[in-house]
Write a protein that binds this ligand. Structure first.
Ligand code: UD1
Length: 417
């Protein structure tokens, strides 16, 4: 296993390029199962989650090739409609095959995803959506068994915004007979990106980026080619890396409109921004002001940037309150930040962060993807040396984060445990 060794206290400078968005790419990869032929995705980063999804697709019978940021998926000979436990237990996003498999084969068998480090993550809304579209669902021996002849369009009311359930519902509805009207759908950029891809495939979808999405089922879809959008969570992580080290850097190849909520919070914390097309320059505050944050569905503050912002607030002048409404237990990073001398207390889904003058380097352990990035950010700002172990979590979702940080002037190396 690898670890990061970070010597904190260095200022960052220069420019960093943002990679393609993992959370948009994973559902798009499964959408390629909806057509026979070869789909081509550009701007795909080298990430373990993407490798894992490629494996899931190969098990289903697709041919998958990856070279130089280009992912080619040929689903012509896909013939197996199962996502086995061994894969789903390693990556929850495997649930994204449920809708496409049901659509293409009239049946699917997907291992029931268990809990994960960020808490209980039910799939009832995914199942409800499939049932509304005419599937019969049974849970047998830890597997979701879904069966439908031909799916039929219907009204689907989501009582809660779910990115995953919206994606699965979309991928099932595009080839269903008739119209599907989704109310309370997710409007995250990842969903808009999936809709763009499905439309290139030939799907008829209206309401991109809104809570009401209408899908008019078509008979057949064709393979598609698309450039993957930039990763707003990676971009946000680098903006916070700059703020926590009081540095001015430029992030390029990003989509500034996806980062407005974060930039608004960082402005209140004292940062300024210069935005030109797909670049954001952050001018960081000399003194970080405390800001309260509550996570919420897009365009609310993203849960995937909650932990990183908490690291920043641990060095703020004053007290801030961070409320997690998407995954109430997503606070595994708190104990580790406190090992670095942060002063954070958690009560249910609310963390109270008392800013301290400085953090001090220590050995800490990554517990999940975004928590790992948070510990790296804290390590960059801490005095002395920080060792972050179990960084395989970070390799799931950040492409060569240590190389990108080193280019910005950080003192960080990867070493064997
Ligand atoms: C969520 C985030 C997404 C983030 C991803 C990885 C939101 C709305 N979604 O997406 O931005 O990138 O985690 O960290 O911020 N839920 C149910 N039943 C279901 C499905 C979900 O009750 O069947 C609940 C979840 O427990 C959660 C909320 O709905 O409280 C949103 O979950 P969902 O958007 O589905 O999660 P992901 O798709 O994993």
């Amino acid at each position: 296993m690898d670890k990061f060794i970070i010597n904190g206290g260095k200022k960052l400078y220069g420019k960093v390029e943002i990679s393609g968005a993992k959370n948009a790419i994973l559902p798009i990869m499964t959408a390629t199962l909806l057509a026979k032929g070869k789909s081509i995705l550009h701007n795909v980063p080298h990430l373990n989650d993407i490798k894992m999804m490629a494996h899931v697709l190969r098990v289903i019978g697709a041919r998958v090739d990856y070279h130089d940021g280009v992912l080619e998926i040929d689903a012509t000979h896909a013939s197996y409609f199962e996502a086995p436990y061994e894969l789903v237990s390693k990556m929850r996003a495997s649930i994204y095959v449920l809708g496409p498999l049901l659509s293409r084969f009239g049946q699917s068998k997907v291992s029931f995803p268990g809990g994960c480090a960020i808490g209980t993550r039910p799939v009832d809304l995914h199942l409800m959506a499939m049932e509304k579209l005419g599937a019969a669902i049974d849970i047998e021996h830890g597997y979701i068994m879904a069966n439908a002849g031909k799916l039929k369009g219907n009204d689907i009311h989501f009582p809660k915004v779910s990115v995953g359930a919206t994606a699965n519902a979309l991928m099932a509805a595009v080839l269903a007979n008739g119209e599907t009207n989704m109310f309370g759908a997710a409007s995250e950029p990842d969903i808009s990106s999936l809709i763009d891809f499905l439309i290139i495939m030939g799907a008829r979808i209206q309401g991109k980026g809104t809570k009401y999405i209408k899908v008019i089922g078509v008979k057949k879809l064709e393979p598609a080619e698309m450039i993957m959008m930039p990763d707003r969570i990676e971009a946000g992580t680098f903006l916070i890396a700059a703020a926590i080290t009081k540095s001015d850097i430029t992030i390029s190849k990003c989509e500034p409109s996806h980062l407005e909520t974060l930039m608004e919070k960082l402005r209140i914390a004292g940062a300024n921004f210069e935005i030109h097309n797909n670049e954001i320059k952050i001018i960081s505050p000399k003194i970080i002001k405390s800001v309260d944050v509550t996570t919420g569905p897009y365009p609310g503050y993203p849960t995937d940037l909650q932990a990183q912002f908490m690291a920043l607030m641990s060095l703020a002048d004053g007290e801030s309150v961070i409320t997690e409404t998407i995954f109430p237990d997503r606070f595994m990073h708190v104990a580790e930040l406190n090992r670095l001398d942060a002063d954070i207390k958690v009560d249910k889904n609310v963390a109270t962060v008392k800013g301290v003058k400085s953090l001090s380097g220590a050995q800490v352990m990554a517990t999940d993807l975004r928590a790992s990035a948070t510990l790296v950010l804290a390590g960059l700002a801490a005095q002395g040396q920080t060792e972050v172990s179990r960084i395989y979590h970070i390799d799931r979702g950040y492409d060569k984060i240590e190389e990108k940080l080193r280019k910005l002037g950080a003192d960080i190396i990867r070493a064997k445990e």
